[in-house]
Design a protein around this ligand. Structure first.
Ligand code: ADP
Ligand code: MG
Length: 572
């Protein structure tokens, strides 16, 4: 293996040459204390930056085996190191005088995540080593190599970053301890939900509101109100080490969140919906945990739908269009919401999270007057209100639903939480009295949830990843879109995708699904779940043929949801 001196000599040699000579750098270098690997060299200073890796001996760097003996603490350690590496990058950047050339020249970056703690490919921790993937823009002016700048970057900065972040001596080990405890606590909370028949738990003292619609950090204002459970819904949950925490349990069944506009209903539902992930210390939602089977549902007009049985919600479409195998390139608000629910149930959802703000009104409710004016035979929609109990009874899938407008829902609720100036109150009994006092006069429209056969078998030709001369072209475009071959998948309506790196991983996972898990007699659910199990067990590497350091693990629900939205999807 070449060493640091040889790397420096190499950089001096190519100084002033054409950018292509950077390609000679590929390979491993013994940097004294760590190994640097140049995995992929960018084509020019404006292309995606080069991919590098550093590898340290974990024992020698002070990371004792006890730090990450269990899955949650290993996740926490990897996540903590990615964030520490990111901070160390910022530190070197601020001590530097100016830019290192054109385009991405001199930029060092690592995919270290936001408020959620996700498994990602940026940091790999094993029993004997720690490997960190990052990117670097190799410096150039025009297409001319700036060898001296590259030297400062690779010979000076990278070792400083490694020393600052990948050695136990340099790190705040108390903070690592807190990071680990946070993930362990959340894991234990989530595990404890089923035994208490809960969909979600929100600890007293949690801080749910965010800084802004585009800033997911906690609202740091004196007017922020911390969460306090109403006494009727208060439960005590176990944490590791015999500790306990009290808070509000959202029970299984049908739960309404009611209250005036701007009183914090959507903020509560959002916290519940992101409670499927652990959060970083200081987020405010560290002790909010939701069952892994919870799926946020919304209307999504314009989406593609392929052969989904939406007949429990919609039948008798004009011109006799089939709703047992409903396909459309342009779903309406109501048909899209029906498809979103049926697809979630197909994947085994155990809770639907619905906000009236993002629902189709005619999907949610048909009141007495409308029932009389437009007779049932002329209305294809059986509204959600008439199905929500069936979904619980027959599919074991609970619903948490924000309703400010439609009191008809009081008839179908098991629990009613009212948000009042950001404070939750249990108004279940009052709601029952109100429902008795003011009957809606509605005629229920449901005759039970039909035993629909939800197995769908995607056709292999749906997943052509070729584009032009490229054998495989898969690119994430922000959080909301994936370019897959010639087609673009719109995943912007998936409210539980939180990181562009998850979106990127979904693109790769669709490819993996189509090449390894898509089989003649295996339906979409079983195929995607088998893949998700393998990924949970072995990590994302199987979906990472190009060794990217910017993939984060999505849930099976979101992978299936992306497949379901492919404009090229064909189901047999
Ligand atoms: P609703 O859905 O009931 O109309 P939102 O959940 O959208 O209300 O909240 C309205 C506003 O109040 C948002 O700007 C939100 O950030 C803020 N907010 C929500 N919960 C709290 C809280 N606990 N403390 C302070 N502000 C909050
Ligand atoms: Mg709202």
């Amino acid at each position: 293996m070449k060493d640091k001196t040889q790397l420096a000599a190499e950089l001096r040699r190519i100084d002033g040459k054409g950018y292509g000579s950077y390609k000679d750098l590929a390979g491993p270098y013994d940097m004294g204390g760590f190994i640097l690997r140049v995995d992929h060299v960018q084509g020019d200073p404006f292309a995606s930056p080069s991919r590098l890796r550093v590898e340290v001996d974990r024992r020698r760097n002070g990371f004792t085996p006890g730090l990450d003996a269990e899955a949650p603490t290993r996740l926490a350690l990897a996540d903590f190191l990615a964030r520490a590496f990111s901070r160390a990058i910022k530190k070197t950047k601020s001590s530097r005088s100016g830019p290192r050339g054109m385009g991405k020249s001199g930029l060092i970056e690592i995919d270290s995540g936001g408020q959620e703690i996700l498994r990602r490919t940026a940091v790999f921790v094993s029993d004997d080593r720690i490997e960190v993937r990052f990117t670097a823009g190799l410096p150039a002016r025009g297409r001319t190599v700036l060898g001296r700048q590259a030297e400062a970057m690779l010979i000076e900065e990278v070792p400083r970053i490694v020393a600052d972040s990948l050695s136990a001596r340099a790190l705040d080990m108390a903070a690592l301890g807190e990071h680990s405890r946070t993930v362990e606590d959340w894991t234990e909370l989530q595990k404890g939900l089923a035994g208490k028949n809960l969909v979600s738990f929100i600890a007293d003292g949690s801080l749910l509101p965010r800084r802004s619609g585009v800033d997911p950090r906690p609202l740091n204002s004196p007017s922020a109100v911390r969460f306090q459970s109403p006494p009727q819904l208060r439960v005590e949950m176990s944490l590791p080490g015999g500790r306990k925490v009290a808070g509000m349990g959202v029970p299984e069944g049908v739960t309404l969140i009611v209250g005036g506009g701007f009183h914090g209903k959507s903020t509560l539902l959002e916290a519940v919906s992101l409670g499927v992930y652990p959060h970083v210390p200081g987020d405010g939602r560290e002790l909010v945990a939701t069952i892994g089977g919870a799926v946020k549902i919304r209307a999504e007009d314009g989406r593609r739908v392929e052969a989904v049985d939406i007949s429990p919600f919609i039948d008798n479409l004009p011109f006799g269009k089939d709703t047992k195998r409903f396909s459309t390139d342009n779903a309406s608000g109501s048909t899209s919401q029906a498809a979103n629910i049926m697809e979630a149930l197909e994947m085994g959802a155990k809770a639907l999270l619905v906000d009236e703000d993002t629902s189709a009104t005619n999907f949610m409710i048909r009141d007495r007057r409308m029932q009389v004016l437009v007779e049932k035979g002329k209305e294809p929609i059986t509204p959600f209100i008439d199905r929500v109990r069936d979904i619980y009874r027959e599919k074991g899938c609970s619903t948490v639903i924000v309703v400010g407008g439609s009191g008809d829902y009081l008839d179908v609720a098991d629990a009613v939480i009212q948000m009042d100036e950001y404070a939750p109150m249990d108004v279940t009994d009052k709601a029952a009295r109100v429902a008795g006092q003011y009957p809606t006069g509605r005629a229920p429209e449901s005759g039970g949830f039909s035993r629909n056969n939800s197995s769908r078998f995607p056709a292999a030709e749906s997943f052509d990843a070729r584009k032009g001369k490229r054998e495989v072209k898969i690119v994430a475009r922000g959080l909301g879109h994936i370019q897959y071959g010639e087609t673009t998948i719109d995943v912007s309506a998936l409210g539980q995708l939180v990181d562009e790196s998850q979106t990127r991983a979904i693109g790769e996972l669709i490819r993996l699904y189509s090449t390894k898990y898509l089989k003649e007699r295996v339906d979409l659910k079983d195929g995607v779940e088998a893949m998700a199990r393998d990924v949970a067990e072995k990590g994302l590497e199987a979906a990472n043929p190009r060794g990217m350091g910017n993939l984060a693990e999505p849930r099976a629900f979101e992978v299936a949801a992306a497949i379901n939205r492919m404009r090229t999807l064909k189901v047999k």
